[in-house]
Design a protein around this ligand. Structure first.
Ligand code: CUA
Length: 196
């Protein structure tokens, strides 16, 4: 009897107070709902990750943002689209306040394209709508993404990371040309679009 009163959980309840068993039952039900929601969200992440080829960066590549323009792969003459002897296509872009250099790049359709980007100043964003390409471009690091464009056309390339007062004006383009047309272009025509 004394024990019944010293243990607050076993005390006789006055009106309007929910017994412990009922609370435990409700908590258990909600726990199951929460677990189910977590499982659904995890499943969405895994399924979209696999079907949309979305993946976190597989490596960390560092670069000195202060000497980008002096030497290495991000010197101005090396920017834009380069086609390798094996048919591989690599696009190198420097993001800086407030533009992408080059402002417009040409790539072939239906071909694996590798984008390599870095920033000369602040953190920028690189997004190609309707593709799996979406990354932050952080000074000091090289961001690398692979994609392929199914159809020829013009893709907008907005900076989607607030980078300063000119952020909303930081847009560039990717012009996707048919594969055969790209094969007949000179390296200069490939590297960047004439229209600036
Ligand atoms: Cu660059 Cu926002």
């Amino acid at each position: 009897m004394a024990d019944q009163f010293s243990n607050p959980l076993r005390r006789t309840l006055s009106d309007g107070i929910v017994p412990q068993e009922a609370v435990a039952r409700t908590e258990k039900s909600w726990l199951m709902v929460m677990t189910a929601m977590l499982a659904v969200m995890m499943a969405i992440i895994v399924v979209t990750g696999i079907t949309g080829a979305l993946h976190p960066a597989s490596n960390v590549e560092v670069i000195d943002p202060l000497t980008l323009h002096l030497h290495g792969e991000f010197v101005e003459s090396n920017l834009g689209t380069a086609a390798g002897p094996d048919g591989s296509v690599t696009v190198r872009i420097v993001a800086e306040q407030y533009d992408f250099v080059p402002h417009c790049v040409r790539v072939p359709a239906n071909t694996p394209v590798k984008f390599r980007l870095t920033s000369a100043d602040a953190v920028h964003g690189f997004l190609l709508p309707a593709t799996n390409v979406n990354t932050m471009v952080v000074p000091g690091f090289v961001a690398e993404l692979r994609t392929s464009f199914a159809a020829a056309g013009e893709y907008a390339m907005p900076c989607n990371e607030f980078c300063g007062l000119g952020h909303q004006a930081m847009w560039a383009h990717v012009t996707v040309v048919p594969k055969e047309q790209f094969a007949n272009m000179t390296p200069v025509e490939r590297a960047r679009c004439a229209r600036q």
